[in-house]
Design a protein around this ligand. Structure first.
Ligand SMILES: Nc1ncnc2c1ncn2[C@@H]1O[C@H](COP(=O)(O)OP(=O)(O)OP(=O)(O)O)[C@@H](O)[C@H]1O
Length: 227
């Protein structure tokens, strides 16, 4: 197996209110994601899981430490190169789907590939096949408000996949779903490993979900511990 993403000695602090000094959310901690694996990070609310995901996904620079993508340091890239890197290699799924309300499910899924400049016809085929893979081909022309929460999250996952990313970063993707929809979404997510040949970083506070992963880290007091 080869390493696809590595966070090395990452430290991140935020200014805190009052006289307590800065809040150290990540404290010289490291993580490795192997190609084709599902890595879960769990930990209590507020321990810094989202901060870690943002740093590993090129959305928020650490105070110190580095993030290596196939051995290349992503925060040494310029802003434009970094944005292009994210759009090409990574797919994000958040707890709140952030679908664009004025566009249909199909259009939402197509958007990242159109921004990349791909041909609309090919992109539409890819988007439709993802809707089929996720069991909701009949929802292509619906707008987000016309979809259930579980369907919206599946559309968000399809959007994350449209550019054939190598890594999906999912931040509490089931946080807003009931148990049934949560199970459906997770089994779709875990199936992606084989079907779409992606690695997955999954952030969750639910321990049961973590059990299905190849590697589990617990984040506590700024440090990641292998479980
Ligand atoms: N931009 C910011 N400025 C100041 N403090 C921040 C900022 N972002 C996060 N924090 C603080 O850093 C800590 C970690 O936040 P983070 O969202 O990473 O935790 P989390 O483990 O993902 O929490 P949850 O499970 O509740 O989503 C929290 O105390 C939060 O208030």
């Amino acid at each position: 197996m080869s390493t696809i993403l590595e966070g090395q000695h990452i430290t991140k602090q935020f200014a805190s209110e009052g006289n307590n000094g800065p809040l150290t959310v990540l404290d010289n901690t490291s993580i490795t994601i192997e190609k084709g694996s599902v890595v879960t990070v769990s930990g209590v609310s507020g321990c810094g899981k989202s901060t870690l995901l943002h740093i590993l996904g090129g959305l928020d620079e650490p105070d110190s430490g580095s993030v290596l993508w196939n051995g290349k340091s992503i925060y040494k890239m310029g802003q434009e190169e970094l944005a292009q890197f994210r759009n090409t290699n990574l797919g994000f799924v958040f707890q709140f789907h952030h679908l664009l309300p004025e566009f249909t499910a199909l259009e939402n899924i197509m958007m990242p590939a159109l921004i990349k400049g791909e041909s609309p016809q090919q992109v539409e085929e890819r988007a439709m096949s993802l809707l089929e893979e996720f069991g909701i081909p009949g929802r292509a022309e619906h707008r987000p408000t016309q979809l259930s929460g579980g369907e919206q999250q599946r559309v968000a996952m399809a959007r994350a996949l449209v550019n054939d990313p190598d890594l999906i970063l999912a931040d509490e993707p089931t946080g807003n779903l009931d148990e049934k929809n949560s199970d459906i979404l997770l089994s779709l997510l875990f199936d992606l490993r084989e079907k779409e040949d992606v690695s997955i970083l999954l952030i969750t506070h639910e321990k049961d979900i973590a059990k299905q992963s190849d590697m589990i880290y617990e984040l506590s007091k700024g440090k990641l511990h292998e479980v």
